[in-house]
Write a protein that binds this ligand. Structure first.
Ligand SMILES: NC(=O)c1ccc[n+]([C@@H]2O[C@H](COP(=O)([O-])OP(=O)(O)OC[C@H]3O[C@@H](n4cnc5c(N)ncnc54)[C@H](OP(=O)(O)O)[C@@H]3O)[C@@H](O)[C@H]2O)c1
Length: 289
């Protein structure tokens, strides 16, 4: 990475974001940790060094984005910002036939528009450092699973945004990469269960008839994925490579499940892919019954 070793991580309170903050801090980076609640910033700071600078940053709030960009600009000065890890994200689930468009909009507000707005606001500082932009996407951005379709839609958009930025910034020496984890053990699974529960409670009776059993299984599947997820540190390894390597990759698959799904997505025609996924899900449904 060129220039001063300063990095902003959004969504730093828990999970992958917190793990990024911790490792980058240990490696001597000056880490700006985007959090929504001051107590999360205090917790990160007390667990690490005083190089950690918590920054209040709800990525859906333009006032907080502007204030964070000003604070960062002053703090890094002419050296600029060496890295931006766009990590903040939520996962909204439920049957797409009955999910309110507002729920899908919220999904995009955080995972896509928030990521874009933060990137735009920080690009002047990133340009000065010829820094790196690392978007935390997901294997869900290449391969869709049922009942988490809004999440998959948002992660497909993150893939397109990453590729587009990389193309438009070609020649600036700013590198742009997307990290595509499979299941990672973080609080997102519990939150996903809550979201699925909320969606299920507000469904009309006909939707329960049509999807009730499947939704129950998907709740169990979230729990199962949580238990089998890789530790967030594996995602941090990819983030570090994207930040530090002389020739960073454009995409980083993390976890065996992500690599298998990406491979199958490349070789299987749609209907064969559907059939395989549905048969794996049916087998899991029997196992988790
Ligand atoms: N866990 C996985 O299996 C997995 C797999 C692939 C990709 N990912 C991606 O990894 C990223 C991090 O997720 P995680 O698994 O570490 O889950 P997590 O522990 O739930 O972390 C999500 C982070 O995003 C923050 N956030 C949510 N809404 C926000 C908003 N409006 N503005 C700013 N921050 C916001 C949360 O802050 P609060 O605490 O304030 O809510 C939290 O810090 C996400 O983009 C997710 O899609 C996760």
């Amino acid at each position: 990475m060129t220039s001063q070793r300063s990095v902003l991580v959004t969504g730093a309170s828990t999970g992958i974001g917190a793990a990024c903050v911790s490792r980058l801090d240990q490696l001597g980076y000056r880490v700006f940790a985007g959090v929504r609640k001051p107590e999360d910033g205090d917790r990160l700071r007390s667990a690490g060094s005083d190089r950690i600078v918590p920054i209040r940053l709800d990525v859906t709030r333009s006032d907080e984005i502007a204030a964070a960009a000003r604070t960062l600009d002053e703090a890094v000065g002419p050296a600029g910002l060496g890295g931006l890890v766009n990590n903040a994200g939520i996962a909204i689930g439920g049957p797409i036939e009955y999910l309110g468009v507002e729920a899908v909009r919220l999904q995009f507000e955080v995972n896509v528009f928030g990521l874009l707005a933060v990137t735009q606001a920080l690009l002047p500082a990133i340009r000065r450092a010829r820094g790196r932009i690392i978007n935390i996407g997901s294997i869900a951005g290449r391969s869709v699973s049922p009942f988490v379709v809004p999440y998959c839609m948002s992660k497909y958009a993150v893939e397109a945004l990453t590729d587009g930025l990389r193309l438009e910034l070609a020649g600036t020496r700013i590198e742009v990469a997307v990290v595509e984890p499979g299941a990672v053990k973080t609080p997102i699974w519990d939150k996903g269960l809550d979201s699925l529960g909320d969606a299920t409670r507000t469904l009309p009776p006909i939707a329960h008839e049509r999807y009730g059993a499947k939704l129950k299984f998907f709740g169990k599947l979230l729990r199962y994925n949580d238990e089998r997820g890789v530790p967030p540190e594996q995602v941090v390894d990819a983030v570090l490579h994207a930040l530090e390597a002389d020739r960073p990759r454009t995409r980083y698959l993390v976890g065996r499940d992500a690599r298998i799904r990406a491979f199958l997505g490349r070789i299987l025609p749609d209907r064969a892919g559907d059939a395989l996924l549905l048969s794996v899900l049916a087998r899991l449904e029997r196992r988790l019954a």
